[in-house]
Ligand binder design. Sequence first.
Ligand SMILES: Cc1cc2nc3c(=O)[nH]c(=O)nc-3n(C[C@H](O)[C@H](O)[C@H](O)COP(=O)(O)OP(=O)(O)OC[C@H]3O[C@@H](n4cnc5c(N)ncnc54)[C@H](O)[C@@H]3O)c2cc1C
Length: 422
Amino acid sequence: MSKRHLIIGAGAAGIAALRTILKEGPQDTVTVVSEDREVYSRCMLHKFIAGERDAEKLNFINDDVLSGPRVEWIRGTAVSRLDGAARKVYAGDMELAGGDTVLIATGANSVTPPIGDLRSAVNAFGLRHLADARAIAEAGKSAREIAVIGAGLVGLDAVSGLLEQGEKLGLSRNITVIEMAPTALAINLDAHAAEAYQRLFERRGVVFHLGRKVVNTRSEASAGGPRICALEMDNGRSVPCDLVILAVGVRPAAAWLEGSGVELTGRGAVKVDDYLASSIPGVYAAGDAAGLSGIWPNAVKQGEIAAQNMCGVPWKYDDRFTLKNTVNFFGLLSLSLGAVNAGEGDEVLIKEDRRNYRKLILRDGVPQGLILQGEIGGSGFWQYLIKNQIAIGKLGKSVWNISYGDFFGTWDNGEYKWVLPA
Ligand SMILES: Cc1cc2nc3c(=O)[nH]c(=O)nc-3n(C[C@H](O)[C@H](O)[C@H](O)COP(=O)(O)OP(=O)(O)OC[C@H]3O[C@@H](n4cnc5c(N)ncnc54)[C@H](O)[C@@H]3O)c2cc1C
C-alpha cells in the first residue's frame, strides 16, 4: 500500500530521507516543506562570504530529486505548528500538508546570548543560514572593525570567509575573535593542535582574546535598532566593532513544536528512540533537530535511517559515535576522534615533526581519542579501534606502526575476521 510522507526541512537530513523514501517506497509520495528557498550546504557558507561561490554553487544536490513526479516541494515557507495526532503542519492558520508519516529535519539555529544589545542589534549576525551569510558578506564590505564571538569551527569559518573577502576586494579592516575557552577550537582539538591554527590566523592579522567573556555591548541608536560599536569584556577592556558575528553555539530548531505533543529533551531537541521515532506515532526526527550530533555525515545517516523506518523497514540508529571532527584552514588539515584531552590516569602518546602532530590517548591500553594534524590518512582504522574500544596495549610494537594487518586473520574458508590481541 502506498504511503504519503511529509518531510520538514530540505537540509542534509531531509534530502537524505527523501532519497531513501523514493527508493524504499516505490509507490509512495513525499511532500517536503522548507523555510529555505534554496538547498545549500551550511559547511560552505564561508565560501559564499568569501565571494568564492554563489548560492547555486552551494547546492549539494546535483539532480532533480526535488522536482520528480512523486515529490512536492513547498519552499520558502516556515512551518509554525504541528498537529501531532493528525500529522498535519501549518504556517500560521494555513494548513500546509499532512502525511501518514512526518519527519522533523529542521536543523538548528544560532544561539544569541542575552548580553547587552546582541539580540536586537542591526549589525550582529549568527552564521547558520544562507540569509546570515548574505548579511555578513554585505556588511563585511563596509565594516572596518569586525568582532567574532566564539572561536569554534563556525566562528573561524566566518573569519576565514571574511579574510578571503577582504583579500579579494582589497578591504582593510581589523578582525578580533573573543573566546571564553582558553583555546580556539576547544571542542575539536587539543591546545597544541588548536594553536597551530591560531598562529595561521594571527599571521593574517587576526587578534584573539582567549579565556575572555563578552559581558556587555555599547551601541548607538539607528533607524532599524541599536548598532553595536563596542563589545565589553570581563577584564574591563573593550573591542570596537561595526560588525559582530555570533558563533557561540546552536540550539535545535524545534521550539515551534510546542503544543504538538512531540516531547523535547532538556536541550530543546526532539526526543527520539533508537528508531529515531518521536513520542508521537508516525512522527520521526533526524539531523541537528534530534540533537544527537551536530555534524553533516551524522545528519545524513539519521535521515536515511528515519526514512527506512517511515517506510516500515525497522532500522536502529546504533552508531552513536559522534566524536569525529575535521578541520581545514589555510591548507592545514586536522582530524580528531573521540576524546581530545586526556582524563586522569590516561596515557598520552605524541609523535611530532615539522609537518605533523599525532596524539593518542590510551586508557588501560584502550584508545580513547586520537588527533592527527598534517597527514590525516588511515583514520578509518583508528575510528574502528576507538569506537569498538579495542585494546592495543599488548601488540608489542609502536602504536604508530600498527595497521589493519595487526588485527585481521582469516578463517579456514578464507573469510577475514578481526583477531583481537590477547
Ligand atoms: C557555518 C557552518 C559550518 C559547518 N561546517 C561543518 C563541517 O565542516 N562539517 C560538518 O560535518 N558539519 C558542519 N556543519 C554542521 C552541518 O551543516 C549540520 O550538522 C547539518 O547541516 C545538519 O543538517 P540538518 O538537515 O539537520 O539541518 P540543516 O542542514 O540546517 O537543514 C534544516 C532545514 O530545515 C528547514 N527549516 C528549519 N526550520 C523550519 C521550519 N520551521 N519550517 C520549515 N522548514 C524549516 C531549513 O530551511 C533547512 O532546509 C556546519 C554548520 C555551519 C552553520
